[in-house]
Structure formats: structure tokens, C-alpha cells
Write a new protein. Sequence first.
Length: 367
Amino acid sequence: MKTKKINIIFVIPTLTAGGAQRIMAFLSRNLNQQKFSTTLIVLGSNKGLAFDIKDMRVIFLNKTRVLLAIPALIRILIHDRPQIIMGAITHLNILLGFISPLFPKTIFVGRQTNISTIMSKHSGDKPKFSFASVLKIGFRQLGYVVCQSKDMAIDCIAFFNIKEDKIEVIRNPITDNFGFEGHNRNPISNTKKFITVGRLDKIKGYGRILKGLSQYNSEFNYTIIGDGPEKEFLENLVKSLKLQGKVEFIPFTKKVPNYLRNSDFFIQGSYAEGFPNALLESCAVGTPVIAWKAPGGTKEIIEHEVNGLIAEDDEDFVNILNTLKHFDPKKVSDSVHIKFSKEIILKDYETFFSNILNKRKTVVKYE
């Protein structure tokens, strides 16, 4: 007898460049098609797509805000009757939590993308009490929350007061574009090439990276790929530190793997990271990393002197810069592929989806 496929809907605000968007598109495309039937709902439009959606069932709602998408999203859920729906990004997870009572036969899953306690400390404005309350109520309405690291899971339990059995830790996968292909770097070059990929936000710590690089005793070039609200501040900081000509800003490119392969070190200055995709991808292509010690998944990826180094503070970062050692690119790559390959992470998600559905069936059976 043919087994009925598990019907899953993934929901994301946009398909522009971003870690959450990449993971949701990856899951929708790559889950075992013999076991799962997937749909990706994008609340926004099909403009500025950063990911290939060929051969995927994708529905664009063409809405500019999450709240405006509620009626259309509810209509799709009524029509498709998914067994599981999974969202990402805070505002969307809140929405899914609040509409979940309308669909008692559907399991609602939120994918947490940050460490909330740290984010609240480093955000420009403190969240209003009313929003904080709504945020926590919405998350507690979800059936399950997927966290990307152990630190994120601990934070999620404490911040949202969610029961531990509703939390699942699943790391992010290395996708196809970030395989090991060797390097094009000049091994005898005296100019070190550093790179960071990520949104230009305060929590990403670009300021302390630039200040540290200003104390580097050798020649270097530093490439920053990303855009965000801190760009003007960082451009001015480059000037004040007299780093003009050494720092290049690139808003967006689909050639990130090439930039990573052509760099000597990836630098991460973040004060917290859920599970840093760009850092993982750097290791995957064979480029070692230097990162500050911070809550999140960074320490689950970095193996000391195997694929990178962790700085205890700003002073330690400068010391590391001025005593850099050689890393074997193949060993750097192997260290993460053995733990975070797409096959391993896909299996984790498929097992999770099957388990929560079987658990729901068991509960219903004995009620």
C-alpha cells in the first residue's frame, strides 16, 4: 500500500538574501519527495530573488507586511490542509502562533533565528512592553520551536518560558555551492585577505573588527559583503581609522563562495549568533575563521587551530591577528562537512517532522 506523503508548508516573508530564507528554500526543495509534499509560501513578491525556485511549488502573496498577508495565508491553509506548517523570522512566528488555534489538526512550528536576550541588549531601541508580551504569547502558542544551537535553545526556554519538550535543536546545513574546490589564494602574498559576510547591524560587531584591523602590523585587504543600517557609520569609521583603500564594501553578490575561497581568513565580530551560516560556509570552502567568543552556535562550529580561532576579547583578537598561523584548507573543510553536510541536516529535519506527526497521531488515538 502506498504511503501518503506528509504535507508541509514553509512560510517566509521574502526570498531575498538571508540565512532564514536560504534554509527555508533549501528544505522546501530538498526534503525527500517520496515522503514529503512541500509548498513554499512567500509573503512578498517575486522580485529580487536570491534563490533558485525552479521545480518548486512556490506561492507569492505579494504583500508588503506580515499582517496584510493573514487573509490569504488562512485561505491557503484551509484549502491545502497541511499537516505541518513551519515559519521563520520573529514577526511571522508570532503570526503563526496566534492563528494556530484556528487549525487544531495542523502542527505549527517556528524556526527561531536569534538569541533574544542578546538581541534586545544590542538593538537600537528597547522593545515596547506590549510587543514583548505579544512576542512571548505568540511563541508559546506554537507547537514546536526549532533552534539552531544549544545556546539558542537555552535562551528560548528562558526568554519565552517554553517547555523543553517543545524545543528541537537542528543546526544549519552546508549547501551545494560551498563545497571544497581548493583555493586561488597566492600562498606567497604578503597581503592578507580578510572577509566578513553578513548584515550591517550593531550586533554583528563590525566596529570592533575594524578597530582591531587598524592595529594589524602587516598589509591587508578587508572585504565586507552585506548591507544594512550601519553602513554609513562603518564607512565613516573606516575614514577615522585611516583604513581607506584597505576596506571594500560590497552590498550583495551571488559570488560569495568565490570571495570566500579567495580569502585567507573569515572574521566574525558578532556579539551573538544563532548559528552563523557565513562562518560555516567559509569553513566549508576551506577558509579558516577568527571569531569573538559569543553566545550561539559559533563554538559548535569552530575547532581550535583546526578550522579557526576564538578571541576572548578585543585585545586577544589583535594578538591573534599579529600571530596568524597556517591552516590546511582541506582539513578546515572536512571539519564541518563531517558534522553539517546537507544529508545529515536533512535527515535531522525529516526525522523531526516524522516524529512530531507520529506523536500527534498517538495522542489523538488514545484521547
